[in-house]
Every structure is written in C-alpha cells, then in structure tokens.
Design a binder for this molecule. Sequence first.
Ligand SMILES: [Zn+2]
Length: 72
Amino acid sequence: MARMKTCECGCNETSKNEFLPGHDQKLRVLLEQRVGGLLALRSLIEAVQEYQSGEWTEQQLGQHVRKLFRRS
Ligand SMILES: [Zn+2]
C-alpha cells in the first residue's frame, strides 16, 4: 500500500498523492484569496522575481509586499 501523506491544501485529510483530487484547485483559490486575487498574486510573483534578478532592493520588495497585503 502506498504511503499516505497529508493533503497539501491544508484540509488535513490523508492522500496517496500531494493533493486529494481537486484540492490543488482549492489551494490555488486559497492562495489567490490570501493575497487579494489573481492579479495581486501575479504582482507578488513579479515583485519577487524583480528582487531575485537584482532589479529591486529588499526595501522596494518590502514596500511592494506591504502595499499588496494592505489592499487585500
Ligand atoms: Zn486537501
């Protein structure tokens, strides 16, 4: 029998895989809601990439993140 894991969506149910069927979508929706929607999620990822590539300073990243989460 395959080793059971805890579903990664946060539901605390056990699953053979990373997610129970459909729960990857549940996590996607939850993450979008936490940051304030799909566009905000894109903006967060783009900001992290700007920082990672050296275009933005840590301060710029911090300001952007605080602004994003204030709005949500
Ligand atoms: Zn789940």
